[in-house]
Design a protein around this ligand. Structure first.
Ligand code: MN
Length: 358
């Protein structure tokens, strides 16, 4: 039995992960953490009987939660995933990473640590799991392009006028994936795809000009890799996160899964369209922050987290999300080559600024 801690166990990925763990039957859950859903955490603890149970963002600083596990699944939402990720790297763990914001805000810091400590990150984000499976240990020099697919979200064909009228309920209806609330909003603004470009850049050490976003409304091809000889290898499956979670846990092996198999003849057609950021300023802001680098991606992320929270609470409109992010980025004075403290400061200051702005 391998020992596992699930950080963010009551969220969408966390609950799916516990399903997968039950099915695999070769993991012992030794740690669970949740942000605030105490009743579900209590239920999960009753079933899995972990040694360590923590609640709240301070709980994520708990060291035994990570040190006692062989595998750590980080499915915490937002910048809160950064500290446990750093600790897990320093403790040389096998890390199944579902949190993307940590790589967005501290990509250089994390890749630096990975050069120093022999930890291993296996991506859980469906696109990055696909890319990881397509690359399959091949030489980086053989990759000519990463093709990151995007469903385009519910508002792919909306005019700006229609976008201005979008309500919380419209946003929470993602066409192909069932996900947590924050990532569903991030998918609708397409900032999620911007985050994923940055995530892919750091995970696979591929320059930004070799990462292409392609619209694929069916969400069957979860991403693809083009190699120097012109071959494109893609990964396909049903839209069920349990597959990517399971692969991260069983890698390098594949095990029988409970996910329904994909029947290609019933899929019928797969479509691919060029992506234009036109209606999606959040995507452009993400790319701008990546180009500027330093503390700017941390500002982008913190402003987005506050804006999305306020949108979900009905306090701001959909199109105010990019406006708030832009204001925060304009105000920020970038610090190059930031250390952890610089990043956490930028995060803190931005949250305060955007809360007061609104
Ligand atoms: Mn994704």
């Amino acid at each position: 039995m391998k020992k596992i801690s699930v950080l963010g166990s009551t969220g969408s990925i966390g609950t799916s992960a516990l399903d997968v763990i039950t099915h695999l039957n070769n993991f012992k859950v030794i740690g669970l953490s949740a942000n605030n859903n105490k009743s579900l955490l209590k239920k999960q603890s009753g079933k899995f009987k972990p040694e360590i149970i923590v609640v709240g963002s301070n709980g994520l600083k708990n060291i035994p939660l990570i040190s006692k596990a062989d595998v750590v699944l980080i499915s915490v939402v937002g910048a809160a995933g950064l500290i446990p990720l750093i600790n897990a790297i320093k403790l040389k763990k096998k890390i199944a990473l579902a949190n993307k914001e940590a790589l967005v805000i501290a990509g250089d810091l994390i890749t630096g640590l990975l050069k120093k400590y022999p930890a291993e990150i296996i991506p859980v984000d469906s696109e990055h799991s696909a890319i990881f499976q397509c690359i399959d240990g091949k030489n980086k020099e053989e990759i000519s392009k990463i093709i990151l697919t995007a469903s385009g979200g519910p508002f792919r064909n909306y005019s700006k006028k229609n976008l201005s009228k979008v309500k919380v309920g419209d946003v929470l209806k993602h066409p192909t994936w069932k996900m947590g609330r924050k990532i569903t909003v991030d998918s609708a603004t397409m900032i999620n795809k911007g985050f994923e470009v940055i995530e892919a850049h750091y995970l696979f050490e591929v320059p930004y000009q070799k990462i292409e976003v392609v619209i694929h409304p069916q969400s069957i091809v979860h991403s693809a890799v083009e190699f120097v000889d012109g071959s494109i290898i893609a990964q396909m499956s049903k839209t069920d996160m349990r597959l990517a979670i399971q692969y991260a846990l069983t890698y390098p092996e594949r095990k029988v899964s409970t996910v329904k198999k994909l029947d290609l003849s019933s899929v019928g057609k797969l479509e691919f369209f060029r992506f234009s950021a036109g209606n999606f300023p959040c995507f452009e802001l993400a790319m701008t922050s990546a180009k500027i680098g330093g503390t700017m991606p941390a500002v982008l992320n913190a402003a987005n987290e506050v804006a999305v929270k306020n949108f979900l609470e009905g306090k701001i409109r959909f199109l105010q999300i990019p406006k708030l992010i832009e204001k925060a980025m304009k105000k920020h004075r970038v610090k190059k080559n930031p250390n952890l403290e610089d990043i956490l400061n930028a995060d803190f200051e931005t949250r305060k600024f955007v809360e007061e702005l609104r």
